[in-house]
Design a binder for this molecule. Structure first.
Ligand SMILES: [Zn+2]
Length: 570
């Protein structure tokens, strides 16, 4: 039996019955007492007292919507990140290109991840431009949205595509010159796979190690529990291997894609339910605001910004952006609901949210689930309206929101992509909370860096990366924002009996902060309240031990994941 009492400057429990404490007693990975040091010593007289050194000890942060394994494969080495948080300007991107060209063997291809036309302020690259930079060196650049990949003439030559350009695969397409030859762009899964998979295979990376590095990044951000919202059985061995490694930092809840075969079937994991569990089924109703395929009732603006991003206001954003018809959604819900799966719909535009709520309400009625604790979910909700949040709350539908959309793209949303009325209230945290919905916050895998404290700062301060404020009335209290990454995120994952607050009986998962978030300027929360470390089941996470063990593990059973790196988001 292992017995410890952990001390910190303050313990923020997120338990309304005892919001603050000085110490937590832990026995065999579970919390046995919370209170003063004397309270804990009375409960656990033989326990070793450990001063964590943290200014504040919180429940481990919960990321309710991610894609940890495939985000690692897509963004960690051998890929190099050019995402806007690593390379804010195109000049920064060019420096990363130059460094890669001069510091690697010229016979190997180069792979870059994270181009964003809106934030890099230039159209998506084409072959002629990449040829000027990379010459005969094969190069692939993936789009941060997960919906595109860009390549040069050297890649076309290697694949024979310069002589025989491929036809468009089902559900995907290549950009073409007027004569039908390829222009160096490919869109959607099948095209991206055809472009990137051979390059990833040649680079010979270790997908399991890439995934472990992504786990470590999430842990450094303060996360202890997360989810995979694009699970299918091909990733199962990777999750089992990571969960079995020493000091694994994350618990993961799975939502299986409704497009994968047998998506309603049960799943069990050797690591046990506290580490890995299948929870539900995931569908998409629309796409990404950054490439114009969300379903909204208002138009994109016509200007240089939308033109650069390749968004045509005449066709972008309408109801035709919906991925499924109502009948298709109903059919999937009718398969999943009787098996008890917790449903999750990706929905950014107001039309998409409305369709999802219509489908949910009808299905909840058909399956006699109205008024039950079903916790069906909506994801992202960029353009969600007050009435929609109220309807979600009424139906018991949980909303998981995306502060990074506002933080990184907020200055473009208000007045460049959309008019002020719609753009300024993007990610309407205030309306969601006021409506009484259960609100959680997320980073969505490779779409944004795993930074819960920055998400909380954004929801509280309503400031973009450049420090601007749009829709100030949509800010929420620090209490609500902390709940959205702890207890309410745990409720969203149906894990609140185990994690999400520091209470007797729960698993001893903690995040250490270097400052009490209630005592610092909310505008600088992420800079002043830094993550010092995390704990899982009463053990302080040792990321070197974790990554080192995965580095030494057999990579062969996971090689196939390199072909699927486009599944890293959304
Ligand atoms: Zn996602």
């Amino acid at each position: 039996m292992s017995n410890q009492i952990l001390k910190a400057g303050t313990v923020i429990t997120m338990d309304p019955l005892l919001p603050r404490a000085d110490a937590v007693a832990v026995t065999d990975g579970r919390i046995t007492a919370v209170g003063s040091l004397a309270d804990c010593q009375e409960e656990s007289p033989d326990a070793e007292v450990v001063d964590t050194g943290a200014a504040a000890l919180l429940p481990g942060f919960v990321e309710p919507h991610s894609h940890p394994v495939m985000s690692g494969v897509a963004t960690q080495p051998p890929a190099r990140s050019i995402a806007p948080w690593d390379a804010p300007t195109w000049a920064d991107v060019e420096r990363i290109f130059a460094d890669a060209i001069t510091t690697t063997d010229p016979s190997t291809p180069l792979l870059f991840a994270g181009f964003d036309a809106l934030l890099h302020k230039r159209p998506s690259p084409r072959a002629d431009e990449l040829d000027r930079i990379f010459g005969e060196r094969v190069v692939v650049i993936s789009d941060n949205s997960g919906h595109g990949a860009y390549f040069n003439t050297a890649l076309m030559k290697r694949n024979g595509w310069d002589v025989n350009p491929p036809a468009d695969p089902v559900g995907a397409h290549y950009g073409r010159n007027p004569d039908g030859s390829l222009n160096g762009q490919g869109f959607e899964t099948a095209a991206i796979m055809a472009i990137a998979a051979p390059v990833m295979a040649q680079l010979g990376g270790n997908p399991l190690l890439s995934a472990a590095q992504y786990y470590a990044w999430m842990a450094r951000g303060g996360y202890t529990s997360t989810s995979d919202m694009t699970y299918d059985r091909t990733i199962k061995p990777a999750y089992e291997a990571l969960a079995a490694a020493p000091s694994c930092p994350l618990r993961v809840s799975m939502w299986e894609m409704s497009t994968s075969e047998g998506f309603t079937e049960p799943e069990s994991f050797a690591a046990g339910e506290s580490m890995l569990v299948k929870r539900g089924v995931k569908l998409w109703t629309d796409g990404s605001p950054w490439i114009g395929n969300i379903a909204i009732s208002f138009p994109y603006l016509s200007n240089e910004t939308t033109k650069t991003a390749g968004i045509d206001p005449a066709v972008a954003g309408g109801a035709h952006s919906m991925n499924y018809t109502r009948e298709q959604l109903d059919a999937t819900l009718d398969k999943a609901a009787p098996a008890g799966w917790q449903m999750s719909f990706h929905a950014n535009g107001d039309l998409a949210i409305e369709l999802a709520l219509d489908a949910y309400e009808a299905a909840l009625q058909r399956h006699d689930l109205i008024g039950t604790d079903h916790r069906w979910r909506l994801e992202h909700l960029g353009a969600g309206t007050r009435a929609q949040f109220e309807r979600a709350a009424r139906l018991g539908v949980y909303v998981s929101m995306a502060p990074f959309q506002y933080y990184y793209w907020g200055d473009l949303l208000d007045g460049r992509l959309f008019d002020h009325e719609h753009g300024s209230r993007w990610q309407a945290f205030g309306d969601a909370v006021a409506a009484g919905a259960v609100v959680s916050l997320h980073n969505d895998g490779s779409v944004s860096p795993p930074t819960p404290v920055l998400n909380i700062q954004t929801a509280v301060s309503r400031r973009t990366r450049a420090g601007n404020v749009h829709g100030a009335d949509q800010a929420i209290s620090l209490d609500h924002a902390l709940r959205a990454h702890t207890i309410d995120a745990a409720r969203t994952l149906h894990r609140d009996k185990l994690v999400g607050s520091i209470e007797v009986g729960k698993l001893a998962d903690f995040t250490e902060l270097t400052a009490d978030p209630y005592t610092v300027d909310p505008v600088q929360l992420a800079e002043t309240a830094r993550v010092g470390g995390t704990w899982l089941s009463g053990n302080r996470i040792d990321l070197d031990a974790f990554v080192g063990a995965v580095r030494g593990a057999d990579a062969a059973p996971h090689a196939h994941l390199a072909d699927q790196a486009q599944r890293s988001c959304c």
